[in-house]
Every structure is written in C-alpha cells, then in structure tokens.
Ligand binder design. Structure first.
Ligand SMILES: NC(=O)c1ccc[n+]([C@@H]2O[C@H](COP(=O)([O-])OP(=O)(O)OC[C@H]3O[C@@H](n4cnc5c(N)ncnc54)[C@H](OP(=O)(O)O)[C@@H]3O)[C@@H](O)[C@H]2O)c1
Length: 180
C-alpha cells in the first residue's frame, strides 16, 4: 500500500490531483488531504479521504499530517513572499516523516525565468535537492483557466490582448496538471 498526500487539497490544482488519484483507482483511505480549513474538505472526507489540518505555518501540524505518507504532492503556496518559509516547513516535516518522494509544482523555466515569481520556486527547488528523498519538479505553465476572465471582453471587442508579443503560451488546464 502506498499513501499519497496532497497539500492545498481544497484548492484548484490540489483537488484536481486528488480527483485524478481516485479516478486511477487509488482508495480514498490511501489519500491524505492536507488542508488549512477542514470545513472546505467536507466532500473529500465524505468520500473517505483522510483529511488532516496543517497550515503551512505550523511545523508541528505538518509533522503530524505527513506521518505515514510515502509520496507527497506539495502544491506551491499562493502567498508570494512567504512561499519559501512555508515550503521549508513542509519539506522539513516530510523529511522527518520519512516521505520517500515529493513532487512540487514549480514554474515553467524556473532556473532561468526572469519572472519575480521565480525566486521562491528556485529556492524551493534547491531545498528539494537536499531533502534526502527523491523529488519531482512539475514546472507547470499557466493554467488555461487564467485566461477565462478575458473571454468576454475578447469576444466583445474582437481581440485577446496580452503581453507575450509574438511569443506562444504553453498552458494546460488544472485538471490536466492535476492528473500529471
Ligand atoms: N500555473 C498557474 O497559472 C498558476 C496561477 C496561480 C497560482 N499558481 C500556483 O499554483 C498553486 C496552485 O494553484 P491553485 O489554482 O490550486 O490555487 P488555489 O486554488 O488558490 O489553491 C491554493 C491552496 O493552498 C491552500 N493554502 C493557502 N495558504 C495556505 C496555508 N498557509 N497553509 C495551508 N494551505 C494553504 C489553500 O487553502 P484554502 O482552500 O483554505 O484557501 C488552497 O487549498 C498556487 O497556490 C500558486 O502557487 C499557479
């Protein structure tokens, strides 16, 4: 039996990952949803998923949440500026719990990206390199869902405006990234 844990399991990508595990036949009782608000995880609990409350700021709760976990999907925190500290807490707890593999949702082209967002992803990738177990870097591109807010004005005005110039966007839907 392999026990999987997913952080941010009440968020878009985390929920998609849990759903993909279930679709692939992983028993709900072998999945740990790491959340900060149990009330948001009622449907997961109703399905039989093990729900553990562990905010990224709480090392003790993270240590308890990751006990017995074999493989962890660390969904990057949405809180820019606090990500490295929060991810440090998760990775340290995973190391102490003996987690064998951590997959981390990093950023496309993380090593060279000029985006301001990239620094904390690079710092997290460096932490993972030293964590002691195996790690997988999921250097996700933009979610297609990010563009949905532009659909209505683009339809009304006949132009989809962006800052990419002639560049192209390699996006994917959250459901696809969750499955990956
Ligand atoms: N590739 C892209 O286009 C893109 C775009 C935006 C963000 N991102 C990154 O990808 C991640 C996943 O995207 P998403 O769409 O799934 O984001 P999301 O729906 O906002 O989910 C973020 C998850 O993180 C949880 N969380 C936030 N702060 C926490 C804390 N202090 N302790 C524990 N859990 C905490 C949230 O809990 P609650 O459910 O309780 O709020 C939520 O479940 C984001 O967090 C961000 O790092 C990527």
């Amino acid at each position: 039996m392999t026990t999987y844990a997913v952080t941010g399991a009440t968020g878009g990508l985390g929920a998609a990952a849990v759903a993909a595990l279930r679709t692939k036949g992983v028993p709900a009782s072998d999945i740990v949803a790491v959340v900060r608000d149990a009330a948001k995880a009622e449907s997961l609990a109703a399905d039989g998923v093990v729900v553990r409350v562990a905010p990224y700021e709480d090392p003790d709760a993270l240590a308890a949440a990751l006990t017995g976990v074999d493989r962890l999907l660390l969904v990057s925190s949405p809180t820019i500026g606090q990500r490295t500290a929060q991810h440090t807490n998760v990775i340290s707890a995973a190391a102490a719990a003996g987690v064998a593999v951590i997959a981390y949702t990093s950023l496309v082209n993380a090593p060279d990206s000029p985006l301001g967002l990239a620094d904390e992803h690079r710092e997290t990738e460096a932490l993972l390199a030293d964590f002691g177990g195996d790690h997988i870097l999921l250097r996700n591109g933009w979610y297609w869902e990010n563009f949905l807010a532009n659909v209505e004005p683009a339809s009304a005005n006949g132009a989809l405006l962006g800052a990419a110039g002639t560049g192209r966007v390699a996006g994917a839907a959250r459901a696809e990234l969750g499955e990956a």
